[in-house]
Structure formats: C-alpha cells, structure tokens
Design a protein. Structure first.
Length: 276
C-alpha cells in the first residue's frame, strides 16, 4: 500500500501566491504531464488557476495518481476532468479531449509537458541510440504534442494557446542531454509549423524553454547535478529558475495581453541561453 500523501500547501514566499491579476478568468485549461508537486507543469497549472482559469489535468497511471490526486484537489479540478493519459496507450488522449468537449464544450489553453526516452538510450551517445529508443522518444516527447494540438484545435473556437516544454539542448550541445537534444529540436520545429498553421484561427503556440530544474523527469539525465551547478554559475542572474518562475511567465503568455506573441521559443532561464 502506498504511503498517504499530504495535502499540497505552498510556501510562504511562493511568487504564485502573490498573483492578483484575474487575466485568465473564464478560460479553460488542460494540463498534460503533472507527475508531482515539483513538476514544471504543476507550477504552470497553479499560476493559471491563480489567474482565474479553470483547470483539467491528467495523470500517467494508477501509481502516479496517488501523488497527483492532492494536486488536482488543490487546483479545483472537476473529478470528470482528472483523467489518465499515457500517450503510448491508444485512445487515452482522445478520451481526455472528449471529456473536455462534454464538460466544457470548448478549450482555451492546452499544455504538453511530457518527455521520455529509454534510460539506456538517454544515457548513451546519440550515435549509439537504438532505433526503437529513438522512435519511442520522438513519439512520446514530440509527436504526442502534435496529436494534442490536433485534438485541441476544434475545441478552441475562440482561439487559444498551446504550450510545449523544450530545453536549450535542442539548439546547442549540452553534455549528457544526448538523444533528447534531437528530439526537442524536432519539438521546436513542429511548434513553429503549428504556429503558422493555427495562427489564422487565433491559436498561438509557445515552446517554453526553462533553465535546468530538478524535477523527476530530469533525474534520468546523467550527472544532472553538475548541469544545475553550471547553470547557476553561468546564468547572468546567477540563479536557477523555479517551477513557479516558469508558471507565472507561462500563465502571462496564455492571457490576451500576449495575443500577438506566437511561434518563438520563450526562454525562462535567467539569461543562461544568451551565453552560448
């Protein structure tokens, strides 16, 4: 039996708790990829909720549901919109968007924060990556974003915003990032094409590039602690960003104040990316 999980409670100095704007009031948002309270997607979901958005969210499987249930409660997610979504399971993502159609009838924001590569491929050289591992990483980390956009489009009848999580390793060689570099590069390329195709319908697309953050997803990257230390030393702000930093900036991009911004990679990394 899994140990009990305490109800989520933000810290006293949490920047999301200082939000006073209700710029997302009336907006409907679905968040794919929350694994625990340290997930970047959870920081984004909290900020959107704080700005007034209603939130739907997914969990990977019954094991992760134990950890995400208190988070869904903290976000006031309706039980009908707290749903399983393993992008490798046929029909699960379609079921999520069908539930949104039935419950809300429309959608304004969809966030994709999902990435995976088999450990042996992730921790090895790109040149040694297996075909199966590469295709798995591309399917889970890139194609599923395209699928999400396809399912979200008909629900975004008044326009909307799509988000995907990328990383600087898509553009420059980052030691130990390995196969996820080419995969995230494909995700960024897909994002600009989606932005061009969906722009006439008022749908914006934002690939978000946070600096390195110690999350469960990042734990599979070899020597990740060294990457964190290097980023903190080199970033102009001499600090690592947090999931709350990413959340506040991303929530702003979902507001109507940012309606003329689309297609560009949005760096939230204390300036780390400008140093090359």
């Amino acid at each position: 039996m899994s140990p009990p999980v305490e109800q989520y409670a933000p810290s006293e100095d949490d920047p999301i708790e200082k939000i006073t704007s209700m710029a997302l009031e009336g907006k409907k948002a679905v968040i794919l990829g929350i694994a625990n309270d340290q997930s970047i997607a959870f920081g984004c979901a909290r900020a959107m909720r704080k700005m007034g958005a209603e939130v739907a969210m997914t969990y990977l499987n019954d094991k992760t549901k134990h950890y995400t249930q208190p988070l869904a409660e903290a976000l006031d997610v309706p039980p009908e919109l707290y749903l399983p979504c393993d992008v490798r399971v046929e029909g699960q993502m379609e079921a999520v968007f069908e539930a949104i159609r039935q419950h809300w009838g429309r959608l304004d924001i969809a966030m994709h924060s999902i990435a995976f590569a088999p450990r042996e491929d992730l921790q090895g050289r790109v040149v040694d990556c297996s075909r199966e591992g590469f295709l798995t990483a591309m399917d889970v980390s890139c194609y599923s974003f395209i699928e999400m956009a396809h399912l979200a489009e008909p629900l975004m009848t008044d326009g909307g915003t799509l988000f995907a999580m990328t990383y600087y390793g898509a553009e420059r060689v980052v030691e130990h990032y390995n196969v996820m570099g080419p995969v995230k590069a494909a995700l960024q390329a897909a994002s600009i094409y989606l932005a061009a195709e969906l722009g006439p319908k008022g749908i914006r697309v934002h690939p978000i590039s946070p600096g390195p953050i110690k999350t469960r997803a990042a734990s599979g990257i070899n020597r990740f602690d060294e990457l964190l230390e290097k980023a903190a030393e080199r970033a102009p702000e001499r600090a690592l960003c947090t999931i709350e930093d990413v959340g506040v900036a991303t929530a702003f991009l979902a507001t109507d104040y940012a309606k003329m911004i689309t297609g560009d990679v949005m760096y939230i990394d204390g300036g780390y990316h400008i140093l090359g």
